[in-house]
Design a protein. Structure first.
Length: 158
């Protein structure tokens, strides 16, 4: 799959990137963060290339997080599902657990608690079955007795 090959940067691309980043820095001072984000995306010439499928999935996960925090749940869900497919193909269990948890967050935000619980529980099963060390999820999913579970899920169950 050629889309994951690393391409060497030419001096021209590096110089263009430096000029655009410098321009972005100036525009950030003048126009704020939104202008900066738009300008930085101009540094890429064409679609991004990734060293591995997991790197691409992590990029999709990050983009999904950006959409999620902006309240764009449909776009976030699209990115998360794309990432999940790759994580499953690559058998990356930590990536799967993170992505399923994030999908649960979307369903929770949409007040679809049944689907939120389903995805939180799927994440927990992967963490427990594969004895994963996922500190950011464990902080949220650690039960009062110290095991990994879903005390937070009890909020949604009557």
């Amino acid at each position: 799959m050629g889309r994951w090959k690393e391409e060497p940067l030419s001096k021209k691309k590096i110089l263009l990137g430096v000029v655009l980043i410098f321009s972005c820095t100036i525009l950030t001072c003048i126009g704020g963060l939104v202008v900066s984000c738009v300008m930085v995306s101009c540094v890429r010439s064409g679609p991004p290339t990734f060293a591995s499928p997991v790197e691409e999935a992590n990029d999709l996960l990050g983009r999904g997080n950006g959409h999620y925090f902006q309240g764009n749940y449909d776009k976030a869900m699209e990115r998360y599902n794309q990432a999940l497919v790759i994580f499953e193909e690559e058998e990356d269990k930590e990536g799967q657990a993170n992505t399923l948890f994030n999908i649960g967050n979307i369903y929770k935000a949409q007040e679809n608690y049944d689907l939120a619980l389903e995805h939180y529980n799927a994440s927990i099963v992967i963490i427990n079955e594969h004895k994963l060390d996922v500190p950011k999820l464990e902080r949220v999913l650690k039960k009062r007795d110290g095991s990994i579970g879903c005390d937070i899920c009890e909020i949604f169950v009557d």
